[in-house]
Structure formats: C-alpha cells, structure tokens
Design a protein around this ligand. Structure first.
Ligand SMILES: Nc1nc2c(ncn2[C@@H]2O[C@H](COP(=O)(O)OP(=O)(O)O)[C@@H](O)[C@H]2O)c(=O)[nH]1
Ligand SMILES: [Mg+2]
Length: 204
C-alpha cells in the first residue's frame, strides 16, 4: 500500500481545516478547532491503487520571518498552499511558503516537486470582498511552476475533492517514477559490471 503524506499550509483563517474536512467528510461545518494540530488519516483507492493517506493540518503558522518549515518539508510528499481571496495578507503568506518550498528543494528533481504543490485561492464565494485577483494567483502559480485553482470550501464539494485527487495522483505518479528508476539503475550497473569483468573473464 502506498503511503502518501500531504501538508495543508497557509495563513491562519485561510480555510486549511475547512478544505481538509470537506475532502475527508464531504461536509462544511463552519467552525473548526483552531488550537488543534491534526494529522488525519484515511484509506482510499485511487486508480485501483490502495493508498494510506495522511493529511497534516497545522493549528497555526509561524510568522513570515520565522518560516523554517523544516519538519513539514521533510515529512510531506506534497503540499496544498491555501490563501483566502478576500485577504491579501494570506496571499503574501502563501507566496512566502511557495518560495520556502522551492528553495528547500533545489537539487531535487524539479518536475516532481512542482507537480506535487498546489496553490489554492479559497473562499471564492466571497468574490464581492475579493482582494486578490484570479490572475494574481495564476501568475504566482506559474512563477513557481505549481498548479492553481480558486474554489470555495464552503460551497464546492466536487472541486475540493478533484483538487485533492489531483495532488494525490501527481504524488503517486512521482512514486512510480522513483520505483522505476531504482531497478533500471541497478540493472544498468549490473550490466556495466558484467561488461567489464564478464567479458574480460571470457577472453582470458
Ligand atoms: N465564506 C467562506 N468561509 C470559509 C471558507 N472556508 C473556510 N471558511 C471560514 O473561514 C474561517 C477559517 O476557516 P478554517 O478552516 O478554520 O481556517 P484555518 O485557520 O486555515 O484552518 C472559518 O470560520 C470557516 O468557516 C469558504 O470557502 N468560504
Ligand atoms: Mg485550522
């Protein structure tokens, strides 16, 4: 069974818990414990593959200046970065998180990292109070080569499920690439050893 770990990060009040609970229960309950740091677990089947999913929903985020994220960056296979479209400060915070993720993964296969980060503009139902344009979110995602969508945890269920599913699918396909690489690497090493010593032995 594949183990997949996703961290949902973003400013306080952006809707991290609402999105997580919406995905896990398909419900929006309005108020969420803000002092509880949760790792939710769920078994699910994705494209015929069994997955043990863990979702990290932190109770609060460190201030922008103290953005270490070291534990999260080690722990997670993928990230959902959430901001509130009616709160520009949460967008600035999401930007800082994306930069932090990007700089921490320098040297790692870029494509894998990029495909497992999703920027989400939440609270689309509050578009009459919008402070962050759709195009700004889209541009930030393009600059960081991650995926992007706007949605509403309060009003959209299918969109939330689709967004999480996309993240999971990208992470598991990264796993498949890693699995494939390993045997082919050892095979080519075996071939190399065989070519060097095997052939020589034959010629003696
Ligand atoms: N209008 C609206 N409110 C939302 C939405 N998502 C979350 N909220 C509200 O925003 C507040 C903060 O949400 P919460 O999930 O606790 O944010 P967190 O601190 O990032 O976990 C709560 O009162 C939620 O009911 C949304 O899509 N639309
Ligand atoms: Mg929360």
């Amino acid at each position: 069974m594949a183990e997949v770990k996703v961290a949902v990060l973003g400013g306080s009040g952006a809707g991290k818990s609402a999105l997580t609970v919406r995905f896990l229960t398909r419900r929006f309950i309005g108020e969420y414990a803000s002092n509880a740091e949760c790792i939710y677990t769920k078994h699910l089947c994705l494209d015929g593959r069994q997955i043990h999913l863990e979702i990290y929903d932190p109770c609060s985020q460190p201030q922008q200046g103290k953005l270490s994220l070291t534990d999260e960056l080690h722990w997670a296979d993928g990230f959902i970065i959430v901001y509130d479209i009616s709160d520009r400060a949460s967008f600035a915070f999401a930007k800082a998180l994306l930069y932090r993720i990007r700089e921490s993964h320098i040297g790692v296969c870029k494509k894998m990292v990029e495909s497992s980060v999703f920027l989400v503009g939440n609270k689309q139902d509050l578009c009459h109070m919008r402070e962050v344009g759709w195009d700004e979110g889209q541009k930030l995602a393009m600059d960081n080569k991650c995926q992007f969508c706007e949605l509403s945890a309060a009003e959209h269920c299918q969109e939330v499920v689709a967004m999480f599913t996309k993240v999971l699918r990208n992470i598991t396909s990264n796993f498949k690439v890693k699995e494939k690489r390993r045997p082919s690497g050892s095979k080519s090493m075996a071939k190399l050893i065989n070519n060097m010593f095997g052939k020589r032995r034959k010629s003696v």
